[in-house]
Design a protein around this ligand. Sequence first.
Ligand code: NAD
Length: 522
Amino acid sequence: MPMTEKRREILETLDLGGLNPGACAGSRWLACRERVIPSISPVDGRVLAEVCTASESDYEEVARSALEAFSTWRLVPAPGRGEIVRQIRSRLRLSKQELAQIITLENGKILAEAEGEVQEMIDICDFAIGLSRMLYGYTMPSERPGHRLYEQYLPLGPIGVITAFNFPMAVWAWNAMIALVAGDTVVWKPSSKVPLCALAVTRITGEVLQENGLPDGILNVIIGDGETVGERLIADPRMRLVSATGSVAMGRRVGRVVMERLGRPLLELGGNNGVIVTPSADLGLATRAILFGAVGTAGQRCTTIRRLIIHESVYDVTLDRLARAYGQVRVGNPFEKKTVMGPLIDCEAVAAMQAALETIRQQGGRVRFGGEVLRGGLFDAGTYVKPCIVETDPGLPIMQQETFAPILHVMRYRRLEEAIEIHNGVPQGLSSSIFTSDLREAELFLSAAGSDCGIANVNLSTSGAEIGGAFGGEKDTGGGREAGSDAWKAYMRRQTNTINWSGEMPLAQGIEFGDFSSRSEG
Ligand code: NAD
């Protein structure tokens, strides 16, 4: 099917028009009139559709709806909230193909990865549904006779969810589905680079909320300028938690503003992920995993492998294998099955990659493979590049920062302790991995003297996390945790309760307070 026809069909199936309002409270779409922005497909550089961005008053209406809806939603028993998530899950499952296609069209990731992203939403729904019956708090033995001491988790309030362009649906779902069962309402501010993905999902969730007779304002979306929408949302005291995913620079700003008003920030920021290849590594396995980790999503995952630290005894052989594998990577139309790497998000991302390569050369790094901008046919969109391997020295200043493009820095080490030092010697701390068959090396890497990241793997890539574990990173990555394990606690208000059923008034720590009778009159 020709591209124009295909895109029209995808947009129509998802109920997206040529011009779409950029704000919705539950199932009520607002008549936004602030500014029209295009959604440009990186696949061919053409405009997919347009979006009217939200104004200050649109933001106010959405935030007010979220607060009003909270007063109802928090009283729905958690398993009942889980039932709504179950219905959302069914709809997402039914629309899996179309949702994956709009991700590929708007973001450029290959269809298989886009399907994986939709599956991730379905998986987190499953997790949240189970969680809705497991929001456990502890009961502790009280030191006072006739007293009961326990903790309970209560809904927190409306929460803001800010998402990056590279996971235009899944990161929202990680937050929103957990927030829903927690009893919170959600205001989603997606990246303006991928607005249609957010609108498509909101149409689906809006239908479910409406069919269940729930008030507007439980799941909301708002698309707009940083000044009008983003800054307003982070400064808004009604947003009790702001979960923000994106660059470190964005996180610094969001963290400051949210903390200033003593709100809760949950920050999921940039990575600079390293992999150590030891002499005992299974090199076949390592090559495949590194290829997926470094080239997948065109190097635009927060968990993308950016630094490869190889033992000197296996350096040449690993690099040769990798360069051969890179030579077979098919860059092209992300809808075609054989394509392994689609375009970068836009021409600015390509320019940033080229600028980084120039800096790498100036600083003494050597390009071993790729890096070129591709041209001709579809490539004239200006968004397609060859993935790149750079031989480098651990001290290269540019390696301290995350270049959000498929550039893999490769370097040597002699002793594992030295490799770990190189590995930890960057400001970010998201994901990490070691390839080894030596138990001692693996355990050292996972110990307190090992990787300083939020995620540390053995014999697999840094990317491709499952939703069951808590996801997030340390240092400049922001310290937030999302998705699995007990990450749900950030979305709830913990309350410690003590009940005195004794008729006496014993004080904690055995304090004797004055010479009064401790027996109550009743
Ligand atoms: P970005 O920081 O440019 O934008 C992210 C989001 O923040 C967008 O929605 C943007 O509009 C919003 N934003 C920016 N400034 C804001 C402000 N002052 N107030 C409110 N909102 C604001 O990031 P990007 O280019 O979209 O995404 C790439 C980055 O995201 C990379 O650094 C990547 O590592 C990171 N990322 C991290 C994770 C993680 O879980 N750690 C996941 C995905 C992406």
